[in-house]
Design a binder for this molecule. Sequence first.
Ligand code: ATP
Ligand code: MG
Length: 578
Amino acid sequence: MKWTQYFIPTSKEIPADAAVPSHQLMLRAGLIRQVGAGAYSYLPLGYRSLRKVEAIVREEMNRAGALELLMPALHPIEWWEKTGRVEAMGDVLLRLHGSGDDWRTRTVLGPTHEEVITEIAKAYINSYKQLPVSLYQIQTKFRGEARPKSGVLRTREFLMKDAYSFHASKDGPGGLDETYDRMYKAYCEIFSRAGVPYIPVEADSGAIGGDASHEFMIPTDAGEDYLVQSEDGQYAANLERAEIHPIEGADGEASATINEVHTPNLSTIDDVSNFLKCQPCGMIKTIIFDVDGEPLVALVRGDHEVNEAKLARAAGVSSVTAAQPDMIKKLTGADVGFAGPVGLKARIIVDQAVTLMHDAVTGANKTDYHITGVNPGRDFEVNESADIRNAVEGDRAPNGSPLAFKKCIEVGHVFKLGTKYSDSMEAKFLDNNGKPQSLIMGCYGIGLNRIMAAAIEAHHDENGITWPMAIAPFEVVICALDMRVEEVTTLSNKLHDEMSAEGIDVLLDDRDARPGFKFKDAELIGFPIRITVGKRGLAEGIVEVLMRRTGEVHKIAPGEVISFVTKQIEEAMKNERT
Ligand code: ATP
Ligand code: MG
């Protein structure tokens, strides 16, 4: 491929609205162009890279025994109503607007495909003899993301590989656990081959529990999630899921008696702690949740946050939602902001750290009042205590090793679904006793655009992208330094043609431009190998081979270049595995 016949709109300017490196570099290198919030075109160079990611994903899915199919983006809303996800997804589920009850009104744009695949399974899988089976697609997803950001890391339209597996049993040969393990390994292989540094973490899986879900995270400041990792490397989980080693014995003991204090209009932890000159960690935060119309009260320290997933698990319910003011008022008899556990008649789950507190400050269940000198066990009963808060700096992992926090982004997710969708859509098979059973399912998703952007987040320097060889748009660029010198043109063309014939992805920069200009573009785009063909080198009988990542320069005789470059490419593919 020749540069002058290609389409590479590079730019020197740093785009004003691009905050993260991958976004800036993808725009500047001419890989993408924004169409609207959360929607991007992939220009030819960017699309090459995306296609390479796609090829790796496809190869590993096929190797894992999954079969490729293709499902549409247009789904009947009835199927989503059946699984209860019209409500659960809220604004994320994009709907077409029609008049009245016409087909548009009854159509949604698929943000994922559990409903559609389960309908296929329901239609065609009748017997345990047809199981297990794994199906996947690489297809465009639509999601009404409230805040699309960071370029292609979070968009409203993106390419996902989504796989679904169907089983007659959870364990044993052909069971869900077996396929889950195989998919987990396939994911490790995908990220490893793509050269992105990944960390698999235990993820929250709602009501299913156990080790039923893992997310694959890439540490980056551009991410919006946090992962929590123990210093000894033995434990990693997402923040939602991370378990905490119980805090041990707090200082002091109960000494004060309860005292009511007037705190007019002071309803936040900060307001009250400033006013009463106490630390937030000396306050008990009382948060009221709504579980199917009944209040559920959570107590955490003033400097901690309730983790709703942990709370739901501790309470044995599928989910909790924040209570509305009228429920809070009815329960406490006070306005929002003045709730406390003393005298409260409701189910109360007390965070483990709260059980160790002494002489604490909390709400008085009376508008504009708090109480001080509150002691758990003495002033209110502790019937149920659990770990219901988010881990914070200073906490330790279950094995006692200190926890560190890292900002990250999720690139993949494997999930043991069980019978959630087959139950609601009545997708059943006959087991070996001829009895109807719900299909047992797993699902496995990977965002292709996100892998590409995450690779750039992990691999760039001040001059541009430093692509992993496996997903670089081109492996090699030949910079012909003076296209007016016949020797240079002839050799450049010859190298280009021979490399192409060898299957090397090579681009010949045949523009009539200054060397510095060409080099800057080559660095920005980040071709892993740059071959410089120039008058001066040729006089010495060499061309220069520059490795983008390390900056190493090799002077190679023209006749040796192809074998040298072939070897460099092979080695990079091996050494850049993560
Ligand atoms: P997040 O928590 O980041 O919103 P998610 O949990 O909604 O992601 P899944 O539903 O598990 O994501 O989707 C599977 C994969 O699709 C993710 O691991 C990610 O790589 C990709 N993905 C999800 N949402 C987006 C998005 N808005 N833009 C780009 N890729 C996405
Ligand atoms: Mg997820």
